[in-house]
Ligand binder design. Structure first.
Ligand SMILES: Cc1cc2nc3c(=O)[nH]c(=O)nc-3n(C[C@H](O)[C@H](O)[C@H](O)COP(=O)(O)OP(=O)(O)OC[C@H]3O[C@@H](n4cnc5c(N)ncnc54)[C@H](O)[C@@H]3O)c2cc1C
Length: 411
């Protein structure tokens, strides 16, 4: 359930494997989703893997890398040249991206029902397993509920994941969580070929908490936003809208980040990071994307991980349902958390250490100041922060891979 990047990718790969797939989505496409709209080469790879045409003629805006601004310096760091990932990223509104993915799943054979909200699980009294969901009319609509049954149920319903909560899976307090807000401004800087990331935010000579981004949308506007992590002292008692305005006040007037040029409301949402809801398989329910807290703690990127986890999930389910005995099916489904852990476990453990460290402003300030004056170090940092390496790449790749392998690999 849920036709965001996680749900649509899961549905696409399940349908490709020849299974009957039903996706229940509470909204109707096209629809907004609060996001930065930035796609790294990891996400590009996932899109290309689904056969999506990501050419500029099709409305995708390409970028060459990340411009990092901090400690009074700015560095342009091109995406690394790798065999495993393309050398460019993209920008696309979620209005377009999510509909593209959902339609792709439909083309592959998945059935999508829009405007239907899942309200709870159907549980087998005898086994305690989920055997379906109860769902009714979409957001704000009154209509009678009905039951949908299925051999396997996937929660791809995003950060709040009501279905996971109803199955007893709450967010973990010991894992990172971010909160971010974003809006759009008409600006001459809409046509930027770098994603821009601000490591420190200033209001005059006052250092503000959090990190910011400015992603040119190529349509006369830029997506501008900022976020805070739960390891920061300011988390939980910050007025994010005021913070955004204070930060933007210090920008050059000609960039146009003013109230008159704001084209959308300022809206925010949470970013669940580093596996902050587990286990990812529980009594017949599998979790993908934000429902399973899969946002990368290093950089707040969630779309690629939603799509990748959807693919891993679908491949597991296809194998599980091909087994003839129920116990075998269960054994294969039970392997999904291990497969996720193998893909991201060690890296996310490093990410949790990183998030703790940068929650301390002095440490972050020190790292920014020293890192920004060492471009070679920043080139390594981009590989680490964006999780972009080749298995047998250069020394930086081997260091990132080695650290991820050495770090504990919890599910
Ligand atoms: C401010 C902000 C900026 C961000 N910027 C970026 C960025 O630039 N790049 C990036 O990669 N990531 C970014 N992220 C993270 C990214 O948005 C998420 O990680 C990503 O959307 C996760 O995809 P998902 O499919 O798991 O969940 P979602 O995209 O949340 O999709 C969940 C779907 O489930 C549906 N749904 C929910 N409940 C129900 C229900 N009860 N019944 C039926 N349907 C339901 C929803 O309508 C939705 O369509 C950002 C997040 C925030 C908050």
């Amino acid at each position: 359930m849920g036709a965001g990047p996680a749900g649509s990718t899961t549905a696409f790969y399940l349908a490709q494997a020849g299974l009957d797939v039903l996706v229940l989505e509470k909204s109707r496409f096209p629809r907004e989703k609060v996001c930065g709209d930035g796609l790294t080469p990891r996400a590009v790879k996932a899109l290309v893997g689904m056969g999506i045409n990501v050419s500029e003629q099709d409305g995708w805006v390409r970028n060459k890398g990340l411009r990092v601004i901090g400690a009074g310096k700015r560095l342009e760091l091109p995406w690394p040249e790798l065999a495993s990932y393309p050398g460019y990223g993209l920008v696309r509104t979620r209005r377009d991206l999510d509909e593209t993915l959902a339609r792709r799943a439909q083309q592959a054979g998945a059935k999508l029902v829009e405007g239907v909200t899942v309200t709870g699980p159907v549980i087998d009294d005898r086994t305690g397993r989920i055997t379906g969901v109860i769902a009714g009319g979409g957001e704000g609509q009154e209509s009678s509920s009905r039951v949908y049954t299925s051999r396997v149920v996937v929660a791809a319903d995003g950060n709040s994941s009501r279905l996971s909560v109803a199955m007893g899976l709450r967010k973990r307090d010991d894992r990172p969580l971010g909160v971010a807000v974003r809006t759009y401004y008409r600006t001459p800087r809409h046509d930027d070929d770098y994603l821009e990331s601000w490591l420190d935010l200033w209001d005059g000579d006052r250092l503000l908490p959090g990190y910011g981004w400015i992603f040119g949308m190529g349509d006369g506007t830029a997506n501008v936003g900022l976020g805070l992590l739960n390891t920061s002292a300011a988390f939980g008692h910050t007025d994010y809208h005021a913070l955004l305005r204070r930060w933007l006040k210090s920008m050059p007037a000609e960039w146009g980040y003013t109230e008159e040029n704001r084209t959308q409301p300022i809206r925010g949402a949470a970013l669940p990071m580093g596996f902050n809801r587990t286990p990812h398989y529980h009594r017949g329910l599998l979790l993908a994307g934000d429902a399973g807290g899969m946002v990368n703690p290093f950089n707040g990127e969630g779309i690629a991980y939603a799509m990748e986890s959807g693919e891993i999930l679908a491949r597991t389910v296809a194998q599980a349902l091909a087994r003839s005995r129920r116990a075998e099916t269960e054994q294969v489904l039970g392997d999904y958390p291990r497969a996720l852990s193998q893909a991201y476990g060690g890296y996310y453990t490093l990410g949790r250490v990183f998030v703790k460290a940068i929650g301390r402003p002095h440490l972050m300030h020190f790292a920014t100041k020293h890192g920004m004056s060492r471009p070679a170090l920043m080139r390594f940092a981009i590989k680490l922060l964006a999780n972009l390496t080749d298995p047998r790449g250069d020394a930086a790749d081997r260091l990132v891979n080695g650290l991820s392998k050495l770090a504990p690999n919890p599910e």
